[in-house]
Design a protein around this ligand. Structure first.
Ligand code: NAG
Length: 315
């Protein structure tokens, strides 16, 4: 028995070494454990509901559509040119190695949605954002891998992860956003304040690299941004139109505007490494997040975050 366990352990170590991209085991029933998604009753998605595995666009589209509790697992590569609408009380999981190419996911006027370990690339602007969340509440985006390329003009693709029209209770964790023009827009437009002032988003432990702008661009609402790594983006965090951001223990290299405002956005910044550049945003009044959370010492953020992000979970 002892020999068996040792051999088993050795085999397990070998298989982890053989697939270094998988760093953690997770459960399809996991619920949000960080940030705004944990408030207002939490974000459980389809936890405990029936599990369906899909391998085609048609199967994906119908499996995620209802508003009843369910878990949908994406397997293999699904291609298309469309945004698939995800219903309430749904968890969408990507199996290791799975991918949506040209296929975005849309959470529109829904609540209690989890999207985890999903890789999405090259969603054309005519289909919309890679992940688009609008008029939604309690949404957890975790371990997603979002990219396109920068070989086209900036409007060939739209956003990677846009959170607009008054969304509340959104958390984005352990995700990788890269090789794209417009990364993450929060708040629809300069004249949508009446709706977007309610916005609440947490971004924690994400890796942002080779992006032109919107890392994120944040209008009107409250945003908490901690333990993120930003490398070689043109632009930094843009706080706009009265937004109140709390920005803690993030690391930047390669931009001269890591944190700045447009039209009077605000930020309370603590513990960041701006990579030699400066924060120019006016100081705001968002000093205390309404939940408990763990800050990584800023000197360790890079080593603890970058290797964990994206589609690195197995289930
Ligand atoms: C924070 O500042 C904004 C903008 O000046 C103001 O509207 C809001 O009432 C302030 N909030 C608190 C809690 O002081």
């Amino acid at each position: 028995m002892k020999f068996f366990s040792v051999a088993f352990f050795a085999a397990a170590v070998q298989s982890v070494l053989a697939s270094p991209s998988i760093v953690k085991r997770a459960s399809v029933n996991d619920v949000a454990n960080v940030g705004y998604a944990t408030l207002n009753g939490g974000t459980t998605g389809g936890s405990g509901g029936p599990v369906t595995t899909v391998t085609t666009l048609d199967a994906l589209t119908s499996a995620v559509a209802s508003d009843t509790a369910k878990i949908v697992i994406i397997s293999g590569t699904i291609t298309g040119n469309v945004a698939v609408r995800v219903g309430s009380h749904t968890t969408v999981i990507g199996n290791p190695g799975s991918s949506l190419v040209g296929v975005g996911l849309r959470v529109l006027e829904k609540t209690n949605v989890i999207i985890r370990n999903v890789k999405i690339s090259k969603v054309l602007a005519e289909a919309g954002d890679a992940l688009g969340i609008q008029q939604a509440s309690q949404v957890w985006i975790d371990h997603v891998d979002l990219s396109s390329d920068r070989d086209h003009d900036k409007d060939f693709y739209d956003g990677l992860l846009d959170i607009t029209h008054g969304c509340t209770g959104v958390t984005v964790t352990n995700s990788k956003l890269y090789d794209h023009w417009k990364a993450s827009l929060v708040g629809h437009s300069d004249n949508n304040g009446a709706e977007d002032v309610a916005i609440t988003v947490t971004y924690a432990n994400n890796y942002w690299t080779d992006l032109n702008s919107r890392t994120p661009s944040f209008r009107f609402g409250h945003g908490h941004i901690f333990n993120n790594v930003f490398d070689d983006n043109n632009d930094g965090i843009n706080t706009r139109d009265g937004a109140q951001l709390l920005v803690e223990n993030n690391v930047w290299t390669g931009t001269d505007k890591p944190l700045y405002d447009t039209d009077e956005g605000f930020a309370v910044a603590r513990g960041n490494d701006f990579g030699g550049a400066s924060n120019t945003a006016p100081v705001g009044n968002f000093t205390t997040a309404p939940y408990a959370y763990s800050l990584i010492a800023v000197a360790n953020v890079r080593s603890q975050v970058v290797s964990q992000v994206g589609q690195t979970l197995s289930f």
